[in-house]
Design a protein around this ligand. Sequence first.
Ligand SMILES: NC(=O)c1ccc[n+]([C@@H]2O[C@H](COP(=O)([O-])OP(=O)(O)OC[C@H]3O[C@@H](n4cnc5c(N)ncnc54)[C@H](O)[C@@H]3O)[C@@H](O)[C@H]2O)c1
Length: 428
Amino acid sequence: MTDRRTFIKEMGAMAGLLTLAPWLKSCSSPEAAYAGEKARVALIGCGSRGQYHLVLLQGMAEAEVVALCDDYQPNLQAASAFFPKARLYSDYRKLLEDPQVDGVIIATPLGLHARMTLDALDAGKHVFCEKAMALTLEQCREVYEASRNTSKSLYYCMQRMFDEKYIRGVQLIREGLIGDVVGMRCHWFRNADWRREVPSPELERRINWRLYKEYSAGLMTELACHQLEVCNWTLDRMPTEIIGLGDIVYWKDAREVYDSVNVTYRYSNGCKITYESLISNKFNGMEDQILGKKGTMDLTRGVYYLEEDHLVSGMRQLLDQIRDGVFAAVPAAGPSWRPELRAAYVPHPVIEGSVSVNAGQSMVAADNDGSDLVLKAFCRSCISGEKPQNIVEEAYCATLLCLLGNQAMEEQRLIRFPEEYKIPYMKF
Ligand SMILES: NC(=O)c1ccc[n+]([C@@H]2O[C@H](COP(=O)([O-])OP(=O)(O)OC[C@H]3O[C@@H](n4cnc5c(N)ncnc54)[C@H](O)[C@@H]3O)[C@@H](O)[C@H]2O)c1
């Protein structure tokens, strides 16, 4: 099994890697190319995800955190404990005037992403923004146009694009390992209300922003965004039609966003993404499954399964069933009515040595999910001035699918991908 450092080193040598994932270019160049250089970065939004980024930045040679911003003092103070020398701001516009800041990391609620990104690019800063791109289709378009008209880098934190098991998994699919892709099944199940404790009632919307449409597009942008990006990346194309149903099934607590979503995305060849998310039952966990005629890629675990492991001839099936006493009388032909329960497939690891075969569980450490590499790539772009390829486009495509999914659920109708939001990057 390759360790993290080896993977980063090996990336440069992986055949076709930069065609498959061109955004990895700066991470795959030698450490020496950036030795001694530091990007002066600032964090806007020092909440849960922001502080996670600070932990990663503490161990990153290419980064110097020079400023922090939050308009909620408890979070700003908590963040300053990670970097006590960083300048503190409560107004992000003031931070953007700071000439010592090369790039900003935006980890605020979704409703603020577009405004803050546009302002930061205008102020001449490189930007790393949390997914999703924006709260509305119009804002996505505005950010996409701005990214084309700036010399600054714009990154989105869609870490699966930097996650070794996803990269190698998508590569194997593109090489034909699982045959033609005939469907995709993605789901994310949790059993928790998604609420955070609120110190006083007037802070409800600020702290629990995920539950309100002014700031959030709910499960689709918070969870599905990552998974829909992977589907588009795998197929290298976009769906043409979207239908869905969304409800508040269990958490009837004045929230505005759905706690249960089922959305189907259809590609022009008929292949579909079946997407489901529910936050009142977690039996099924989270999975990104790519279904091929010859096998199934479980990208979440970094394992694949081959149909050939279960290819049994009709005659063999019949003989086995007679032996097992399935029949009172032997039928003339054809398989039985035995329930087609899911068979136990042999898991094959995407990364050699990374899976305990019996359990079919990936042993890739959960904290190696690619988040550190997106940040590293961003810091390197701040230093080199080189814009990353295709990250904005991938974020635009994924975010549009999230928002169109919500539109389909809200309007309860089939949505065709709108012409006015197509960009040259998209293939249908
Ligand atoms: N990539 C991932 O896997 C991942 C995981 C978790 C969260 N996220 C994303 O990160 C973002 C933040 O999520 P979170 O869970 O950290 O939320 P959070 O509520 O914990 O943190 C948001 C922070 O932004 C601050 N903020 C709000 N308005 C502000 C303003 N005008 N100026 C400055 N600061 C402001 C809040 O005070 C808070 O500290 C969201 O977009 C979320 O989708 C991404």
